[in-house]
Design a binder for this molecule. Structure first.
Ligand code: URA
Length: 240
C-alpha cells in the first residue's frame, strides 16, 4: 500500500493533503521519517507518526468510550454537546458511528466503529446482544416491580410486552437490568411501565464486554483484538 493511501485510510485528510504532509516531512513510518508519499508500506503492524503523534494502522476502527452525562449521541446535537466532539479528528474523518445510542443523561459504555457489518451485528434485534444497565430509581424497588420487569411490561407502540433478560436489586433504589433489545428510551419506559422512574442510568456492558474500570468519563480508547473477540462472543440471548 502506498504511504499516502495508508494515511488517507486512517482519516488524515484528502489524497492531496496526505501527500503534502508526507512531502513536508511530518510523517514517520515505524519510527523513520519518510518524505515519499508513494513509498510502499506494509499495513500489518504499521506504526504511523504524524507531527509526533503515533497512530497504529487499523483497517477498521473499533473504539469504546466512557460516555459522560450531558452529551448527545448525534452528529447534529440539539441541546448538548456531541459525543463525537470527544473523539479525535482522524476518527471522525473515518466516519465512525455510535453502535447504538445512549440518552444524553445516560453514562457508561458506548462503542463506535466505521465497520457497518459490525454495527449491524451489534444492534440487530435478531442478534439480541445483551446490554446491562444500572438504573437508579426515584422510588424504592419493589418485588412487584421486579416481577413485572421479568415477566414483561407493555410499552406504547409495541405489539407485545417486553421482558428483561435479567433483573436484580443492587440496593433499595437501584436495579441491574439486562435487555436484549435497544429500543428508544427502553429502560426508562420499562421502569415507568413498572410504576417507577429512572433518576440516573449507566450502561455497564454490551455482550460479554464490560466498561473497563480504569476508563474515566469522557475518555475513549481503541478496542484491542482480544476485546473485540470478547464483544463478539455469543451471548446466551443471541439468536443465530
Ligand atoms: N434505555 C434508556 O432509556 N436510555 C438509554 O440511554 C439506554 C437505554
Amino acid at each position: 500500500m502506498k504511504l499516502y493511501r495508508a494515511l488517507q485510510s486512517q482519516g488524515f485528510g484528502s489524497r492531496k493533503g496526505c501527500m503534502a504532509q508526507v512531502r513536508a516531512g511530518a510523517v514517520a513510518v515505524n519510527g523513520t521519517v519518510c518524505d515519499d508519499p508513494e513509498a510502499e508500506v506494509d499495513p500489518a503492524g504499521l506504526e504511523l507518526t504524524l507531527d509526533g503523534v503515533a497512530w497504529r494502522y487499523r483497517e477498521k476502527a473499533y473504539v469504546l468510550m466512557h460516555k459522560p452525562a450531558g452529551y448527545e449521541c448525534s452528529h447534529h446535537p440539539s441541546h448538548h454537546p456531541s459525543v463525537f466532539g470527544l473523539l479525535p479528528g482522524p476518527l471522525l474523518q473515518r466516519g465512525v458511528q455510535c453502535v447504538g445510542r445512549l440518552d444524553q443523561d445516560t453514562t457508561g459504555l458506548l462503542l463506535f466503529s466505521d465497520d457497518g457489518q459490525f454495527i449491524h451485528r451489534m444492534i440487530s434485534p435478531k442478534k439480541g446482544v445483551a446490554k446491562v444497565y444500572l438504573a437508579q430509581c426515584a422510588e424504592p424497588v419493589t418485588d412487584a416491580m421486579l416481577d413485572a420487569l421479568r415477566t414483561g411490561v407493555q410499552l406504547n407502540d409495541e405489539p407485545a410486552p417486553i421482558a428483561a433478560l435479567a433483573c436484580e436489586t443492587v440496593d433499595p433504589h437501584t436495579l441491574r437490568l439486562t435487555l436484549a433489545e435497544g429500543k428508544y428510551h427502553q429502560v426508562k419506559r420499562m421502569i415507568a411501565a413498572a410504576g417507577n422512574r429512572v433518576d440516573a442510568l449507566h450502561r455497564e456492558s454490551v455482550g460479554a464486554f464490560a466498561l473497563p474500570a480504569d476508563l474515566s468519563p469522557g475518555n475513549w480508547r481503541w478496542l484491542e483484538p482480544a476485546e473485540l473477540h470478547q464483544l463478539e462472543q455469543a451471548w446466551p440471548s443471541a439468536k443465530s
